[in-house]
Design a binder for this molecule. Sequence first.
Ligand code: NDP
Length: 387
Amino acid sequence: MKKITILGATGSIGIGALDVVAKNPKKFKVVALTAGGNIKELARQIALFKPSVAACATKQAAGELKRLTGNSRTRILYGASGIEEAAASPRADIVLSAISGAAGLKPTLAAIEAGKTIALANKETLVAAGQIVTRRAKKKKVMILPVDSEHSAIFQCLSGQKKNLLKRLILTASGGPFYNLTQAGLKKVTVAQALRHPRWKMGKKITVDSASLMNKGLEVIEARWLFDVDISRIDVLIHPQSVVHSLVEMIDGSVLAQLGIADMRIAIAYALAYPQRIQNDLPALDLSKEGRLDFYPPDLRRFPCLELAFEAGRRGGAVPAVMNAANEIAVGAFLEEKIRFVDLPDIIARVMSRCPAVKNPSLADVLAADGEARRQANQAIEQMKRG
Ligand code: NDP
């Protein structure tokens, strides 16, 4: 029986993971859950899974949670320190890191420091502080298992392969809802349209990132750290059917791929059960119904966020953290209809251009760069609104 902590339990990945747990009660037991502000959902989960510990973002939310959970035995914590304490909860074997955004960084580091295996969905953790996180994981002899479907695919393809025989990684991208729009069309897209992803059901931030292709850019940097491969050896292919989840090319020209339906519970269950595989009741992939699989190179001119991420990855240091923070602020402003979809890359590029070069940043450097980038992004948004 594996004991699991879920950070970001009330989100799309967290709920998917709890579904996997509920369907495999003999294999998994939940010991800690964390959320931000969705207390009703967290209270429902506490009643169902009876974790020893639960944590939420604020004292006020914790008060409400205590009221909703009545005399449950679950210890309730709150605030950043409460979430980090839950992340390091001694009873867990594995911690699913599924908070969205850079808010997931410190709890993930706390879990690593506590020696827990990490099932990583929160890609922003590796984007902001890939070197720090992978170094600490190595020092603590902690495995980081990918949950992102592309990285899970690569991880599976590389299993049993010698690292020096790998030529390049090829991440696939659905292209999102706007891939066939012209530049003029992109200027008019609405928030509701951006939130309608053609293939995957996900949280709002990652759905907008998928529409702008920033999600793929974040994944390029995530792959760089997860698999210790230089950015120059990572490519992206648009694949609208989202059947081939990613590929690896070996030095002899063999290309290995992992295929499956677009349901995150497969990658979540793979990471949680690793090195085993578990059965599920999801529909099987039927390639005869799929009919055709298309692949083409990404259009970086219409989707500059992907190019910005490649640039951040190449520049390294604190630049990816800056890009990630600027993107989080810009996506938030887009969701609040303060800026247009096409303004996203402009804001990110503006903040990145002012970013000082910090080589081998410490955690404090990364957090400072993140804070400064957020301030500058907010300033750029205000300037944009004033015209
Ligand atoms: P959601 O927005 O659906 O969920 C985010 C979770 O994080 C919620 O539980 C939310 O709590 C919690 N949270 C957000 N901010 C904070 C904070 N400051 N402190 C504490 N908790 C917080 O996101 P997803 O599940 O879609 O994505 C989660 C992560 O997984 C992201 O990094 C994403 O890129 C990655 N990922 C997601 C995929 C997907 O299919 N959804 C696929 C691959 C990767 P609450 O709602 O209670 O406020």
